[in-house]
Write a protein that binds this ligand. Structure first.
Ligand code: ASP
Length: 320
């Protein structure tokens, strides 16, 4: 380990949280509070994601999420504990009020921890998790309007109605990452993106760092980007350098293959105490907080790097 890394370890903050999109601001506050009170990284991530899952105003996660082509809300969620190496996840589930809660329960198991569809719902029922109709009037209306205009997913502008809430958390030397999403609006029923796939939508190793991704899931999976970020941090890069290296190398590679790539945004926390993000968008908002700093909105840009968002810039930022 080189000297710079040792120095960063010396100044390690006791806890930190990073999360995607402005919609996770309150969740990051809640997650930070859990860690401050001595909670685990998994407890903090669950609490932070629950806040977004339960808010019907956010049309891309949990209750109020946008439906698939047939008008049904199909949800994905996963969590990975970087200390034990255990993970749990759900794919394409219907009616589960808080998919991240079930993912956390599954992450206590070494095998049978990533469940899809009917099997996942059966497990959640058996374990007594809450079920409800996840399709709100607002989301249904958007589906009906979109369906009337056009039934083709590919004709939708990228990021039109999809954003995953991703959290990474550190408590002392322990790291974890978690995600929850309704996936891409008007997706083919049964479609799964990167979010619940370990290595794609999330990855965590407490020796190196934790990372998670949002954007066009198929494009994220093609580069196993969350794993790649953690691998870059293991090689000595800070969280920000790792996100940028993973993203821009991937984009170059896809370009060489002449493959069109949709928007991708990445966040990470390093075991060295660093945090960072990278994006292919002009603007991608994320939240960062730690033991010394309250949650604040940061904005990353493909050409501008990342900076804390000044009030004026925040006012102009239109997305969730
Ligand atoms: N990555 C998610 C998916 O492909 C969507 C998103 O994050 O916007 O399902």
């Amino acid at each position: 380990m080189n000297r710079a890394r040792v120095l960063l370890y010396d100044s390690l903050m006791s806890y930190a949280v990073i999360s995607t999109w402005k919609m996770s601001l309150n969740g990051a506050l809640i997650a930070g509070g859990v860690l401050k009170n001595g909670g685990t990284t998994l407890e903090a991530i669950k609490a932070g994601i629950n806040d977004v899952e339960n808010n019907p105003d956010y049309l891309s996660v949990g209750y109020g999420g946008l439906p698939n082509r047939e008008g049904e809300v199909e949800l994905d969620a996963a969590i990975m504990d970087g200390s034990s190496g255990l993970f749990g996840g759900l794919m394409g589930v219907k009616g589960i009020a808080n998919p991240i809660d079930v993912a956390v329960a599954l992450s206590k198991k070494r095998l049978n921890c990533l469940l899809c569809g009917a099997g996942a719902e059966k497990y959640a029922r058996l374990k007594g998790f809450e079920f409800k109709n996840m399709l709100t009037e607002k989301a249904k209306k958007q589906w009906e309007e979109q369906e009337v205009k056009d039934n083709e997913l590919l004709s939708l502008a990228s990021y039109n109605g999809h954003d995953t809430v991703c959290f990474a958390a550190r408590q002392e030397n322990s790291l974890a990452a978690g995600v929850s999403t309704s996936g891409i609006f008007l997706k083919t029923p049964g479609r799964v993106g990167d979010s619940p796939i370990v290595g794609g939508g999330l990855f965590s190793d407490s020796d190196a760092g934790a990372a998670a991704a949002t954007g066009d899931g198929e494009d994220i999976l093609r580069g196993c980007l969350s794993h790649e970020i953690v691998r870059q941090m293991e090689g000595g890069r800070t969280a920000r350098e790792a996100c940028e290296t993973a993203l821009f190398n991937h984009l170059k590679k896809m370009d060489r293959k002449n493959l069109k790539v949709g928007p991708i945004s990445l966040i990470a926390l390093g075991a060295d105490g660093s945090f960072g993000a990278a994006t292919s968008l002009d603007e991608f908002a994320f939240i960062y907080t730690d033991s010394d700093n309250p949650p604040e909105v940061w904005i990353a840009g493909a050409k501008t790097g990342m900076e804390k968002a000044a009030a004026e810039r925040l006012n102009q930022y239109a997305r969730d």
